[in-house]
Design a protein around this ligand. Structure first.
Ligand code: SAH
Length: 345
């Protein structure tokens, strides 16, 4: 038995043909799934024999909503999803004027060990399959009853640590049946796994690459992100240049501002020097405080100062709007509080 969502529409059509069925049934089945019909028996235009074959060969791992939280402003919905094996992950939908965006998880937990991040605290449990990533988008879209037009891979997990599955997921959301979300509407965020960035660049994808930099030099970066012991800032910047050369796409650098750690004027200047002239954009994020550590977010004054230094250096910079703070929408916090609650029962 296989999760049908791990198949692209084309693969399903191929499979049907190989099994003596009409290929176009594959399109019909996917159309039902996207409409929120998850049971083959309820798919009205599918003949009985085909339904039986599908039931004997596939299941649909559309995650179950364990909890749903809607922010008071109504612009953010957070879902705690449960897969058939019982693993819990989280996804967040954010409503913007330009459309709905979903932040999905790519792994259950994470093994990157960043000091400020809640997703990594229990380590990595397992990779998510392409179908499990797709399932988050389909279920969330059906839950909010609206189309989702943008995907960001910024939930739990390191997407480049689950490279093949992530690539397959990108191809399947891209397919013309179903979600039809173009690559330019997909963002992959990485802590900076250099060889994989290069590999991604070689695929000539058009997705937006976001790099979690958080520090302009190796010394400081190593205190925040263990991956910095493996790849230097210099190597990351080189791989970004390669990505830009191959794809012509602007890179996003994420920088979580932590009070007294990485938000000084000097570090702002250093970051400015590092990124000057690069086709990029910096997203400053006042760090989301989590109870597992003592890190505090930078004051709004320091955020402004840091942002102004970058702007002065000619670097496009925005400060991320905080959405859904009232529902713990950030960075693995919900999954953790759910697991803790569960353990206390
Ligand atoms: N592993 C990937 C994607 C998941 S994390 C990566 O590292 O990019 C998504 C983003 O949220 C990253 O930029 C990450 O550094 C950031 N992040 C994690 N915990 C955070 C926190 N407590 N406050 C602000 N940003 C955080």
């Amino acid at each position: 038995m296989k999760n049908m969502l791990d198949y692209s529409v084309d693969e399903l059509k191929e499979w049907l043909k190989d099994n003596g069925e009409k290929a176009f049934r594959g399109t019909q089945v996917f159309e039902w799934i996207y409409k929120g019909v998850y049971n083959f028996d309820d798919m009205k235009n599918i003949p009985g024999g085909t339904k039986k074959l599908l039931n004997d060969s596939f299941f649909l791992d559309i995650p179950e909503v364990v909890r749903r939280f809607d922010s008071q402003e109504g612009d953010t919905s957070k879902f705690l999803f449960k897969f058939k094996d019982g693993n819990i992950i989280e996804s967040v939908v954010m409503k913007y004027k330009h459309g709905n965006s979903i932040c999905i998880s790519t792994q259950v937990g994470c093994r990157m060990g960043c000091s400020f991040c809640a997703s990594t605290i229990g380590g990595m449990i397992r990779n998510l399959t392409p179908g499990e990533m797709l399932g988050q988008v389909i279920k969330a879209s059906n839950e909010i009853n609206e189309r989702i037009s943008n995907i960001v891979m910024m939930g739990s997990g390191e997407p480049l640590d689950n490279f093949d599955n992530v690539l397959k997921f990108i191809t399947s959301v891209n397919s013309s049946i179903g979600l039809n979300i173009g690559q330019r509407h997909i963002t992959l965020s990485t802590c900076g796994i250099v060889p994989k960035i290069k590999e991604l660049a070689d695929k000539n994808t058009q997705i937006t690459l976001a790099i979690s930099l958080h520090a302009p030099n190796d010394e400081l970066r190593r205190t925040m992100m263990p991956i910095a012991n493996k790849y230097s800032v210099k190597e990351i910047i080189e791989s970004c240049k390669y990505y830009i050369k191959n794809t012509n796409r602007r890179i996003t650098f994420e920088y979580a501002l932590v009070n007294g750690i990485n938000d000084s004027e000097e570090l702002g200047e250093e970051l400015g020097r590092l990124l000057k002239g690069l086709l990029c954009h910096v997203n400053l994020i006042p760090v989301n405080e989590i109870k597992e550590n003592n890190l505090k977010k930078s004051s709004s004054e320091n955020v402004r100062r840091f942002s102004n230094i970058l702007l002065k250096n000619g670097i496009e910079t925005t400060v991320r709007r905080e959405m859904g703070a009232d529902i713990n929408a950030a960075c693995g916090q919900l999954r953790r509080s759910y697991i803790e609650e569960d353990n206390n029962l």
